[in-house]
Ligand binder design. Sequence first.
Ligand SMILES: Cc1ncc(COP(=O)(O)O)c(C=O)c1O
Length: 397
Amino acid sequence: MTKKIKKNYKIETLTSHSGLSPDDNYGIVNPPVYHASTILSPTMKDYKTKKNKKYTYGRNGTPTTDSLEYAIAKIYDAKGAVLAPSGMGAISNSLMAVLKSNDHALFPDCVYGSARRFVIEEFPRLNIQFDFYNQRDLEDIKKKIRKNTKVLYIESPGTYTFEIIDIKKVVKIAKDKKIVTIIDNTWGTALYFNAIKFGIDIVCEAITKYIGGHSDVMLGVSISNKKYLSSIKRWRLNSGQSVGPDDVFLALRGLRTLPLRLEKSYKNSKKIASFFSSLKEVKNVFHPALNNHPDHKLWKRDFSGASGIFGIEFQKNISEQAVEYFADCCILFGKGASWGGFESLMTMMDLEPNRSLKNSYLPDGPYLRIYVGLENIEDLINDIENAINKMRKKYRI
Ligand SMILES: Cc1ncc(COP(=O)(O)O)c(C=O)c1O
């Protein structure tokens, strides 16, 4: 049984203490990792009545999954949390818990690519209507709200181009029209942007990123207050999803050091973003913590930190091959998707297939998404400087 934390501790205390119950486990600090499908009852009568039975079958939850769900709900100061086998699982669970046929939903044009694909490929079959809106244009949102609009989905900052939404105004628009708000808060996390406190109904996070933190686990979570919690649980149960106990163990372990890792990644990324801004080959750096980011003021108003992922747009005259060569010369930056781990990463992006609206920002030069991990900052800058010099030499820039 997870020990309830009653006091309103600060978040770094909660990431250390919530979800633990040593008194029930011989004083052992971390909760046991229960591998379970079958859970026995002492008699057939007990089995039939489920009397005194909190746990009935592995898929329905175990003390291990309870302790992670409790810990995450606690750091958001929310009623509850529902785990999913991936971040995308949490997003689809949250949407499917609320939407039904003939409903309409709104999505930002800068939404995470797989969420976009889920909407485009699955919603028509389910007879759910949808539109994309421009995250920086509240009038566009108002214009696109219909009588049957049920969900306003938010991702802030947006994927790839890092637009920040005016959350206070958008929540008000949605509440006035009784529209459910769902946010992908993987970037901000509970530490830097507690979306529940801003009045959002359902918060999704890819645990895969910062909570996991070590590039070795796929998990997601939906966090909510009472009103939508039972619907999310119902959908998760009926759609047959469960999460592996070893993954939950890794996520619980990651949670304990989340504040330290996040802060280091944030600070490192801000320094690397500033360094990229100083390069003549770089036209734009999209990092909300930089003063010249178009939504910097909103970020400062609502967020208490930034994640380590951002984008850079090269000048138009720099070729794709030159940027590919630059990336390959960056030894410390792995070439691969994802973020939130200990190691720095780079991915080259084509944004056009990920945008539907004509007025969404599209870079005209090559685009790199950079994730900055926990390495020594001087080593990272030297790595980039060395790679830029090699690119300049080879491509005569
Ligand atoms: C912003 C964002 N949300 C959600 C996800 C999905 O997480 P997962 O890969 O665990 O499904 C990702 C993955 O890259 C992401 O970047």
